[in-house]
Design a protein around this ligand. Sequence first.
Ligand code: FMN
Length: 176
Amino acid sequence: MAKALIVYYSWSGNTRRVAQVIHEYVGGDIVELVPEKPYPTSYSETLRQAKREIESGYLPPLKTKIENIEQYDIVFVGSPNWWGTIAPPVASFLANHNLSGKTIAPFITHGGGGKGRSIEEIKRLCPNSKILPELVVYEDGGRDLQQRVQNWLQKIGLLEKPRTTTNKHHTPMPDL
Ligand SMILES: Cc1cc2nc3c(=O)[nH]c(=O)nc-3n(C[C@H](O)[C@H](O)[C@H](O)COP(=O)(O)O)c2cc1C
Protein backbone atom coordinates (compact mmCIF):
# COMPACT_ATOMS: atom_id res chain seq x y z
CA MET A 1 0.00 0.00 0.00
CA ALA A 2 1.04 3.57 -0.58
CA LYS A 3 2.56 5.30 2.44
CA ALA A 4 -0.13 6.44 4.85
CA LEU A 5 -0.28 9.43 7.13
CA ILE A 6 -2.71 9.29 10.04
CA VAL A 7 -3.38 12.75 11.36
CA TYR A 8 -5.89 13.61 14.06
CA TYR A 9 -6.90 15.95 16.83
CA SER A 10 -8.20 14.62 20.14
CA TRP A 11 -9.26 16.59 23.19
CA SER A 12 -10.26 13.73 25.49
CA GLY A 13 -8.57 10.71 23.90
CA ASN A 14 -11.30 8.98 21.87
CA THR A 15 -10.10 10.02 18.44
CA ARG A 16 -6.52 9.19 19.51
CA ARG A 17 -7.59 5.65 20.35
CA VAL A 18 -9.24 5.19 16.94
CA ALA A 19 -6.14 6.64 15.23
CA GLN A 20 -3.91 4.18 17.08
CA VAL A 21 -6.00 1.21 16.01
CA ILE A 22 -5.96 2.37 12.38
CA HIS A 23 -2.18 2.72 12.69
CA GLU A 24 -1.86 -0.87 13.94
CA TYR A 25 -3.50 -2.04 10.72
CA VAL A 26 -2.03 0.26 8.09
CA GLY A 27 1.31 1.38 9.51
CA GLY A 28 2.81 4.57 8.10
CA ASP A 29 3.16 7.73 10.17
CA ILE A 30 0.80 8.89 12.91
CA VAL A 31 0.71 12.53 13.96
CA GLU A 32 -1.42 14.22 16.62
CA LEU A 33 -2.35 17.83 15.85
CA VAL A 34 -1.43 20.06 18.77
CA PRO A 35 -2.69 23.65 18.76
CA GLU A 36 -0.16 26.29 19.79
CA LYS A 37 -2.54 27.32 22.53
CA PRO A 38 -4.11 24.26 24.14
CA TYR A 39 -7.85 24.17 24.74
CA PRO A 40 -8.95 24.58 28.36
CA THR A 41 -9.11 21.46 30.51
CA SER A 42 -12.67 22.37 31.51
CA TYR A 43 -15.31 20.78 29.28
CA SER A 44 -17.73 23.70 29.50
CA GLU A 45 -15.00 26.25 28.70
CA THR A 46 -13.84 24.17 25.75
CA LEU A 47 -17.44 23.95 24.52
CA ARG A 48 -17.78 27.73 24.64
CA GLN A 49 -14.44 28.42 23.00
CA ALA A 50 -15.09 25.84 20.28
CA LYS A 51 -18.49 27.37 19.54
CA ARG A 52 -16.98 30.83 19.10
CA GLU A 53 -14.17 29.51 16.90
CA ILE A 54 -16.44 27.45 14.67
CA GLU A 55 -18.95 30.27 14.26
CA SER A 56 -16.24 32.71 13.23
CA GLY A 57 -14.29 30.22 11.08
CA TYR A 58 -11.17 30.70 13.23
CA LEU A 59 -8.26 28.43 12.28
CA PRO A 60 -5.99 27.99 15.32
CA PRO A 61 -2.23 27.96 14.65
CA LEU A 62 -0.74 24.50 15.19
CA LYS A 63 2.45 23.51 16.95
CA THR A 64 2.54 20.37 14.83
CA LYS A 65 4.54 20.61 11.64
CA ILE A 66 4.28 17.84 9.09
CA GLU A 67 7.38 17.27 7.01
CA ASN A 68 7.08 16.43 3.34
CA ILE A 69 3.36 15.95 3.06
CA GLU A 70 4.05 15.17 -0.63
CA GLN A 71 5.35 11.71 0.32
CA TYR A 72 1.92 10.47 1.36
CA ASP A 73 -0.74 9.26 -1.07
CA ILE A 74 -3.32 8.46 1.54
CA VAL A 75 -4.13 10.66 4.50
CA PHE A 76 -6.38 9.40 7.30
CA VAL A 77 -7.94 12.47 8.91
CA GLY A 78 -9.52 12.09 12.37
CA SER A 79 -11.60 14.52 14.35
CA PRO A 80 -14.11 14.58 17.15
CA ASN A 81 -17.48 16.03 16.18
CA TRP A 82 -17.44 19.52 17.68
CA TRP A 83 -20.71 21.38 17.35
CA GLY A 84 -21.67 19.23 14.39
CA THR A 85 -18.43 19.63 12.45
CA ILE A 86 -14.68 18.94 12.60
CA ALA A 87 -12.64 20.47 15.42
CA PRO A 88 -10.86 23.73 14.47
CA PRO A 89 -7.31 22.23 14.68
CA VAL A 90 -8.32 19.70 12.00
CA ALA A 91 -9.82 22.45 9.83
CA SER A 92 -6.59 24.37 10.34
CA PHE A 93 -4.49 21.41 9.17
CA LEU A 94 -6.66 20.86 6.09
CA ALA A 95 -6.65 24.54 5.16
CA ASN A 96 -2.88 24.84 5.46
CA HIS A 97 -1.69 21.74 3.64
CA ASN A 98 -2.11 20.96 0.00
CA LEU A 99 -3.87 17.62 -0.21
CA SER A 100 -4.84 18.00 -3.88
CA GLY A 101 -4.71 14.71 -5.72
CA LYS A 102 -4.42 12.72 -2.50
CA THR A 103 -6.92 10.32 -1.02
CA ILE A 104 -8.46 11.21 2.32
CA ALA A 105 -10.00 8.59 4.62
CA PRO A 106 -11.96 10.47 7.32
CA PHE A 107 -12.75 9.13 10.77
CA ILE A 108 -15.03 10.93 13.19
CA THR A 109 -15.86 10.25 16.83
CA HIS A 110 -18.95 11.74 18.45
CA GLY A 111 -21.07 11.82 21.58
CA GLY A 112 -24.39 10.89 19.97
CA GLY A 113 -24.72 13.33 17.10
CA GLY A 114 -22.94 11.19 14.50
CA LYS A 115 -20.71 12.79 11.90
CA GLY A 116 -22.85 15.92 11.53
CA ARG A 117 -21.50 18.16 8.74
CA SER A 118 -17.90 16.96 9.16
CA ILE A 119 -17.58 15.33 5.78
CA GLU A 120 -19.04 18.32 3.94
CA GLU A 121 -16.51 20.49 5.73
CA ILE A 122 -13.60 18.23 4.76
CA LYS A 123 -14.82 18.32 1.14
CA ARG A 124 -15.08 22.10 1.25
CA LEU A 125 -11.51 22.44 2.54
CA CYS A 126 -10.11 19.77 0.19
CA PRO A 127 -12.01 20.19 -3.07
CA ASN A 128 -9.36 18.39 -5.12
CA SER A 129 -8.92 15.32 -2.94
CA LYS A 130 -10.65 12.00 -3.25
CA ILE A 131 -12.68 11.48 -0.08
CA LEU A 132 -13.32 7.83 0.82
CA PRO A 133 -16.35 6.70 2.86
CA GLU A 134 -15.84 7.67 6.49
CA LEU A 135 -15.63 5.70 9.73
CA VAL A 136 -17.98 7.08 12.38
CA VAL A 137 -17.41 5.94 15.97
CA TYR A 138 -19.44 6.66 19.09
CA GLU A 139 -17.06 7.97 21.78
CA ASP A 140 -14.08 5.55 21.89
CA GLY A 141 -15.75 2.68 20.07
CA GLY A 142 -15.74 0.31 23.04
CA ARG A 143 -15.00 -3.36 22.52
CA ASP A 144 -16.00 -3.44 18.85
CA LEU A 145 -13.42 -0.91 17.78
CA GLN A 146 -10.83 -3.29 16.28
CA GLN A 147 -13.47 -5.14 14.29
CA ARG A 148 -15.11 -1.94 13.08
CA VAL A 149 -11.79 -0.49 11.97
CA GLN A 150 -10.91 -3.71 10.19
CA ASN A 151 -14.29 -3.88 8.41
CA TRP A 152 -14.01 -0.26 7.35
CA LEU A 153 -10.47 -0.66 6.02
CA GLN A 154 -11.56 -3.70 4.03
CA LYS A 155 -14.60 -1.89 2.66
CA ILE A 156 -12.55 1.05 1.44
CA GLY A 157 -9.88 -1.26 0.02
CA LEU A 158 -7.05 -0.25 2.33
CA LEU A 159 -6.47 -3.56 4.04
CA GLU A 160 -4.50 -5.88 1.86
CA LYS A 161 -4.40 -8.91 4.11
CA PRO A 162 -7.24 -9.21 6.59
CA ARG A 163 -5.85 -10.11 9.99
CA THR A 164 -7.17 -13.25 11.53
CA THR A 165 -6.72 -14.40 15.06
CA THR A 166 -6.88 -18.05 14.05
CA ASN A 167 -4.96 -19.50 11.14
CA LYS A 168 -6.64 -22.44 9.40
CA HIS A 169 -3.38 -23.70 7.99
CA HIS A 170 -1.51 -23.57 11.20
CA THR A 171 -0.25 -26.92 12.44
CA PRO A 172 -0.21 -26.86 16.21
CA MET A 173 3.07 -27.57 17.93
CA PRO A 174 3.04 -31.02 19.49
CA ASP A 175 2.88 -31.06 23.25
CA LEU A 176 6.36 -31.55 24.62
C1 FMN B 1 -16.17 21.27 22.30
C2 FMN B 1 -16.94 19.99 22.10
C3 FMN B 1 -18.06 19.96 21.26
C4 FMN B 1 -18.75 18.77 21.05
N1 FMN B 1 -19.82 18.79 20.18
C5 FMN B 1 -20.44 17.60 19.90
C6 FMN B 1 -21.52 17.57 18.97
O1 FMN B 1 -21.93 18.60 18.41
N2 FMN B 1 -22.10 16.37 18.72
C7 FMN B 1 -21.67 15.21 19.31
O2 FMN B 1 -22.23 14.15 19.03
N3 FMN B 1 -20.67 15.22 20.21
C8 FMN B 1 -20.03 16.38 20.51
N4 FMN B 1 -18.99 16.39 21.40
C9 FMN B 1 -18.54 15.10 21.98
C10 FMN B 1 -17.31 14.57 21.23
O3 FMN B 1 -17.53 14.57 19.84
C11 FMN B 1 -17.00 13.11 21.61
O4 FMN B 1 -16.91 12.96 23.01
C12 FMN B 1 -15.69 12.68 20.93
O5 FMN B 1 -15.57 11.27 20.93
C13 FMN B 1 -14.48 13.29 21.63
O6 FMN B 1 -13.31 12.93 20.97
P1 FMN B 1 -11.88 13.14 21.64
O7 FMN B 1 -11.87 12.32 22.91
O8 FMN B 1 -10.91 12.62 20.64
O9 FMN B 1 -11.71 14.59 21.92
C14 FMN B 1 -18.32 17.58 21.68
C15 FMN B 1 -17.21 17.62 22.55
C16 FMN B 1 -16.54 18.81 22.78
C17 FMN B 1 -15.35 18.84 23.71
